[in-house]
Write a protein that binds this ligand. Structure first.
Ligand SMILES: Cc1cc2nc3c(=O)[nH]c(=O)nc-3n(C[C@H](O)[C@H](O)[C@H](O)COP(=O)(O)OP(=O)(O)OC[C@H]3O[C@@H](n4cnc5c(N)ncnc54)[C@H](O)[C@@H]3O)c2cc1C
Length: 418
């Protein structure tokens, strides 16, 4: 008789997507009684420390419903700032033009019920809440300070080898190991990746005036400049995209000189704006895996699709995959099927691949369109955005899309357990 696996599923990667996947499959609310081993090189709590990341996530209403269904609603509530409206501006000659678009950010779909379409949560708070829940879940065994070194050859089970030499026998290995995904390559899954030739500087800022739940997205030729509201009214999260050499120069400035440059870029709406934390720089690259699955193997999150942050959709896209994969695996487990079999995993790939590809391509195209300083292109895009601004159902469509409440939604995104 074949040796029984040590655990049903190994998840490689304890980022925001890997941790959510572990909870969706084996958290206290999960119905299928599957066990998970979560492997991450750093202690999970490290990503929840103050000033550990600098990013703040724009989380769609559907992602928030899933996090609540995973039991994180209470932990996240004090850190979630609803976005009430969004002002989009474009570079004019010598400064920002009047708003091109002004979105009332309510999710009017039946699932959204008129609630805010999105929320901003600092990455450290999201990671802290996820880490606490994962570490407290009896069906999740956490291997911190470890990495998956070799995925093993698929057979009746997979013998996953960790960096320490330890082996874990499992039915399925899920790789949530980020954009570079060493495991994607190790499994021979092809991917397409491209540099955006941009670097995003992210940090918290504080300002005199109350943001009133308003997000600002200003499109400049070097890339988007976004100011996203954080709880409390007088702090926001900055995403300042520049060409790599200019970003390097800005990162090397001392605090006073950086504050002066920041002041120059910010409009007057928020009064005086000052840095309120450490600066972090993220070189932007795009990546798309051709296939998300192989026998006893599945890719999720940035390992499957690394998207441009122009629309703040990376984690949201990851969570759509988390919810779909959890539902597929849960149904397979109830039916007594092999959760690592390709025909089971194929249902996940079919559910998610096209939508993810369209969004990654759409965000890359949007970035190219706005990073273009050609007068004709500028005139065309302003015309297009002007039309969106005037056609109310079109605007509503974009807000509902951003809320993630459209399409064939997995149950977790509706806030229902699997
Ligand atoms: C500037 C910027 C702003 C962004 N803003 C937003 C936003 O507003 N909204 C949004 O939704 N998204 C946003 N994103 C995207 C978001 O950050 C990513 O989509 C998200 O971090 C992906 O999470 P992940 O868990 O898939 O991967 P990661 O966060 O990259 O985590 C991967 C984990 O895997 C671990 N790992 C690596 N190799 C191994 C191995 N061999 N074994 C085990 N573990 C391994 C790593 O140490 C890490 O902990 C932004 C991104 C950037 C750069």
């Amino acid at each position: 008789m074949a040796q029984a696996p040590d655990t049903d599923i190994v998840i490689a990667g304890g980022g925001p997507v890997g941790m959510a996947q572990a909870l969706a499959i084996a958290g206290p609310g999960a119905r299928a009684k599957l066990s998970v081993a979560l492997v991450n090189p750093q202690p999970l709590r490290d990503a929840g420390k103050p000033q550990s990341d600098g990013r703040a996530y724009n989380l769609a209403a559907s992602s928030m419903r899933m996090l609540a269904a995973l039991g994180l609603g209470e932990a996240l509530a004090p850190h979630a700032q609803p976005i009430h409206d969004i002002i989009v501006t474009d570079d004019g000659d010598g400064g920002a033009r009047p708003p091109l678009l002004n979105f009332d950010n309510r999710d009017e779909t039946p699932a959204g019920a008129g609630q805010p379409a999105s929320y901003i949560i600092a990455a450290e708070h999201l990671n802290a809440a996820l880490a606490e829940a994962v570490l407290a879940a009896p069906a999740i065994e956490v291997f911190e300070g470890e990495r998956v070194a070799a995925p093993g050859a698929p057979g009746a089970a997979l013998a996953v080898r960790l960096g320490s030499g330890r082996e874990i026998r499992t039915r399925l290995l899920i790789a949530a190991d980020g954009r570079a995904s060493p495991l994607r390559a190790a499994m021979g899954l092809k991917s397409l990746s491209w540099p955006h030739h941009q670097t995003a500087i992210v940090m918290a800022v504080q300002h005199e005036e109350d943001h009133l739940g308003r997000a600002y997205e200003h499109f400049r030729a070097p890339g988007p400049f976004a100011v996203l509201p954080l709880p409390g009214g007088h702090q926001s999260s900055l995403v300042w995209t520049e060409r790599p050499d200019e970003a390097k120069r800005l990162m090397e400035l001392d605090d006073e000189a950086f504050a002066a440059e920041l002041e120059l870029r910010c409009g007057t709406e928020l009064g005086k704006v000052r840095p309120a934390g450490k600066r972090f720089a993220y070189p932007l690259t795009g990546v798309l895996a051709q296939d998300y699955i192989a026998p006893r193997f599945a890719l999720i999150g940035d390992a499957a699709h690394g998207i441009h942050p122009i629309a703040g959709q990376g984690v949201n896209l990851g969570y759509r995959g988390v919810a779909a994969l959890a539902e597929v695996l849960s149904e397979a487990a109830f039916l007594g099927r092999d959760i690592g079999a390709v025909d089971v995993l194929e249902a996940y790939q079919q559910w998610r691949r096209f939508d993810a590809m369209a969004l990654v391509a759409g965000c890359a195209a949007l970035n190219e369109l706005f990073a273009n300083d050609n007068g004709l292109v500028r005139a065309m895009r302003d015309l297009g955005l002007g039309a969106v601004e005037r056609i109310a159902p079109l605007k509503r469509y974009f807000v509902n899309e951003a809320a993630g409440s459209h399409g064939d939604l997995p149950r977790l995104l509706l806030g229902e357990p699997v």
